[in-house]
Design a protein around this ligand. Structure first.
Ligand SMILES: [Zn+2]
Length: 389
């Protein structure tokens, strides 16, 4: 229920609604916005004047009209501000400075031996963020915030990394550290959640309200978007599909379970298949080089992982009835060999496929996808419509 004292909140709510119409429907006139939102023309006009003053809207000139004066068409201006996205990996911090539409302005990478020591990690983050900030000039709104994607369990509301096994981090208050260094809004989330939001805002998921992003790297994680919003679950653990059992008496997993999807469909599974076949340990780069050359061992290993991933994805689609599943992270380098194998077994195992028409695609955001996903955390928060109590 809206009370009188909530006037400022109502104003903010209306402004967010108008801004989201501008972002999704541009170019539009003030009359179009009034029709699309149900807000009266006077309210739209006041909000549009504010957005023009903030540089978030650009007037394009007059559009067509069948009767009367031709309306002034407007569009959202993604160059009004900037955001920073950071991807934390085991031995590196990658950062991007982007505009509000995810267009990359600057990239910065810091590689170290290991980020397990938190002081080393703090310095590496500073070495990425400070150069990016030095290029963040010339916009009306400046830097709106810093988003961080971490490969581990994160409490999104406190910004504490609860557990990141590969980094050996336990209860690291990452947001507090960043807030003590820079005066910006800081958002920390699991890298798969960030990836899912990145696909929704900037990637192949732009026209979808529901999608699942599967991050397939050394392990497997997932981010779930329903009705445009991330689903984090009661304990922040939603999307741990990598530990879904697909073989009852299967390989032992790092989670102490058995037969987990990531033991069969991840990058480490591909390397293990190759090791068994050749007796050699292949680094990741060699796997994809050989795959590109049509090497039989690499091709078969990637196909086998794709087959298992397709089975895992069919379980996800059966449970969630989503529209789009995006495969990201390093295994997206498996290209058409990987994707076709995933699709083939998905069609074979998905109960509801003939009815639901779930699309399966590879991420197209490239090597900076994870950092872009982290940047999208800030953009999403900035444009999110305030919740009424
Ligand atoms: Zn497991």
């Amino acid at each position: 229920m809206i009370r009188t004292g909530d006037h400022a909140l109502v104003k903010q709510l209306n402004k967010s609604i108008v801004l989201n119409v501008l972002r999704s429907k541009s170019p539009v006139s003030r009359t179009d916005i009034s029709k699309l939102t149900g807000l009266n023309k006077a309210t739209v006009s006041v909000i549009m004047d504010e957005l023009l003053a903030e540089d978030l809207v650009i007037e394009l000139g007059h559009g067509p009209s069948t009767v009367g004066r031709r309306p002034v068409m407007c569009r959202f201006n993604p160059q009004a501000g900037m955001v920073i996205g950071l991807q934390i990996e085991v031995d590196s911090v990658s950062g991007v400075l982007t505009d509000l539409a995810g267009n990359i302005i600057r990239e910065q990478v810091e590689v170290v031996d290991s980020l397990a020591d938190i002081d080393v990690a703090k310095q590496a983050i500073k070495n990425v963020v400070d150069p990016l900030l030095s290029h963040a000039t010339g916009t009306r709104l400046g830097v709106l915030g810093i988003g961080v994607g971490v490969p581990g369990l994160v409490n999104y509301s406190t910004g504490v990394v609860r557990r990141a096994p590969n980094l050996h981090w336990n209860n690291v208050p990452l947001r507090s550290f960043l807030e003590s260094e820079w005066p910006y809004s800081i958002l920390v989330d699991n890298e798969a959640n960030a990836g899912a939001l990145g696909e929704k805002l900037f990637g192949i998921g732009r026209d979808y309200t529901d999608l699942v992003y599967i991050s397939v790297g050394h392990g497997i994680g997932a981010g779930i978007v329903v009705n445009g919003e991330l689903v984090r679950g009661v304990h922040g653990l939603a999307g741990e599909f990598g530990h879904m059992t697909i073989e009852v008496n299967g390989h032992k997993c790092s989670c102490d379970g058995r037969g987990c999807l990531e033991m069969y469909a991840s990058e480490k599974a591909v390397k293990e298949t190759i090791r068994i076949s050749t007796g050699e340990e292949w680094p990741t780069a060699r796997v994809f080089e050989q795959l590109a050359k049509g090497n039989r061992v690499a091709t078969e290993a990637v196909r086998l992982a794709g087959r298992f991933l397709g089975i895992g994805i069919s379980n996800i689609a059966n449970g969630l009835d989503t529209s789009l599943i995006v495969i990201g992270n390093r295994m997206a380098n498996g290209g058409s060999v990987f994707l076709e194998s995933v699709r083939e077994s998905f069609y074979e195992y998905c109960f509801s496929h003939s009815l639901s028409k779930t699309n399966i695609e590879l991420s197209q955001l490239g090597k900076s996808a994870c950092a872009l996903g982290a940047a999208s955390l800030v953009v999403h928060e900035y444009f999110s419509i305030p919740k009424m109590a």
